[in-house]
Design a protein. Sequence first.
Length: 406
Amino acid sequence: MSSHYLNNQTEHYTKLLGTLRAVNTTRLIFLLAGFSMAAWAPIVPLIKDKLTLSDDILGLLLISLAVGSLAMMPLAAFLIEKLSCKKVICLGFLVVSLTLPLLMFAPNLIFMLAVLFCFGAGLGLVDIAMNTQAVLLEKASPKPIMSSMHAFWSIGGVIGSTIVTTLLGIKIDPLLTLLIAVILIIFAFVPFIKNLLPKQIEPLDENGQIKPTEKTPFIVLPKGIVLLIGILCFILFLAEGAMLDWSAIYLNQFRDVPLNISGSGFIVFSIAMTVGRLTGDWVVASLGRFKVLFWGALLSALGYLLLIVVPIHFVSFIGITLIGIGASNAVPILFTAAGNQKEMPAHLAIAAVAMVGYGGMLIGPAAIGFISNQIGLDKAFFLISSLLLIVVLCSKKVTSTVTKNE
């Protein structure tokens, strides 16, 4: 066996090992991002109570978080190009670690608005950089990895909400609770920084030359079927975001669940989402995208109805479970549909759908605050249930672009 062959094999396995380390570290980043976001959810009712906020003012706070995230997304892309995914992820977690404890320390509304903006900005930097790194690694990987990445975000949400809710439930001071969460983030993240991508990986052709890439417009406007897919994504992200930011408050106000354990609703939701995502590939392969999207959206709508109509604790948590299971695979199916339609290039369509969808996750829950202040949180949840029926009605049309691949 020639030394040249052995050298090539050694180089191959060295690169493979490096890729596997980077993939696993990126899964950890998704987990920590979900952990960071979920650590905020159980303290929302405490902040509302501490600052004596109405629902519409709380909605203003949530808008501040959303604006911080959205404002950083274009800047994140610029920083990734100039620096690297590695440095931007580090910067994002630095901002998150500095601002998370300040959420409970904030003495007034103005200070809280500023801190939430910065907290959202840190999350926005991490979100774009980790997804960019995942895309780059997927190109170097022999099999898809994006679904597992987002499953780890859900797992992080379960862990984060469970730890924070448990600490609050045993009467640990909220500020100390958030400091413990930050310490866990730092200890989990720092040892693996070296495995993050130090620079961009340029795609190569069969001759080893860098492939020319198309420039993507800064703002991509959806049209035709892509616009419909984007609207459906907005609704589904809105349904998810409402569970993150409003489930604890709903359980406290309408089901008399104590403040210090009201975050348990989000724990149940996160577990349901995680189970759904981890089993999603098998479910879609067995039933087909249309049935999964149709029944998933219908289950989520039914879950919201159970939550608001039946005043029994156990039934409320069943409703939250149905919302999580139903929504878990709907968005990935819509992204697949966006990539297979013919009205726009796939990469532009996916970018447009993502932009509209994130609006539902980030801005939608803030709008719920204003609606809730006018008509009540229970009626705002009923509105979400009604919107989910639009997804049910449109499921056949948007999945028809990919039925030929099933």
